[in-house]
Design a protein around this ligand. Structure first.
Ligand code: HEM
Length: 180
């Protein structure tokens, strides 16, 4: 089982990171939408804490991904037209950015609203900013709008993967699943 990526394949590290991050990212959006509509109470507080912990987990995976990209670059994207080449790269670029900015905007939103961010019950993360209502509102808007925008981007990204699999019948999805 190869850990590193090759010219035409993804190694285990990148594949594991991709699927764990994808699962976390989609779960975080679903949890975020569900918990924000709940009435104040212990269940809401527990789900907010869970959302924050999973978001910090996603940020940690993203930082590991950036380190791993330096050690073992991804294989080139398979594209059949300039438009799809640009669209594929843009979509992945936005997802990379979102995996950094969504957790960071959530962290700023919590701190500026006077709340801590803890990773489960293990440790409390450093406070990035002090209480600040204006900043809290800006971070909240960015986090919320970003979440909605990411639903569209993930759908586009998934549609692209499925088009490669079922229309072009190429290796794009198979190599991310680790199939020959
Ligand atoms: C069911 C949903 C998903 C499917 C079917 C899927 C499929 C794929 C495939 C086939 C690739 C390889 C593309 C290539 O070789 O050029 C890929 C790459 C990528 N995907 Fe997804 N993906 C999904 C969800 C997600 C989500 C939710 C995220 C982000 C949060 C994401 C982020 C990325 C990124 C950043 C890459 C570039 C390669 C890397 O660094 O891992 N994907 N995806």
């Amino acid at each position: 089982m190869e850990l590193k990526n090759g010219i035409n394949h993804y190694g285990l590290v990148s594949r594991a990171n991709h699927w764990i991050s994808a699962f976390l990212f989609i779960g975080l959006i679903a949890l975020g939408l569900y918990m924000s509509d709940l009435p104040r109470g212990p269940e809401k507080k527990d789900l907010y804490d869970l959302h924050k912990s999973l978001g910090i987990g996603l940020l940690a995976l993203m930082l590991l991904r950036l380190v791993w990209l330096k050690i073992s670059p991804n294989p080139s994207q398979i594209s059949y037209s300039k438009f799809e080449h640009i669209l594929g790269h843009a979509t992945k670029g936005i997802l990379y950015l979102a995996m950094l900015m969504m957790p960071i905007s959530g962290w700023i939103m919590s701190n500026s609203g006077g709340h801590d961010v803890a990773f489960f019950d293990l440790f409390v993360l450093p406070t990035l900013v002090g209480e600040n209502e204006t900043l809290h509102e800006i971070a909240e808007e960015a986090h919320e709008l970003g979440g909605y925008a990411m639903i569209a981007v993930i759908l586009l990204h998934t549609a692209g993967a499925l088009k490669h699999h079922f229309v072009y019948k190429d290796e794009t999805l198979k190599r991310m699943l680790g199939k020959k």
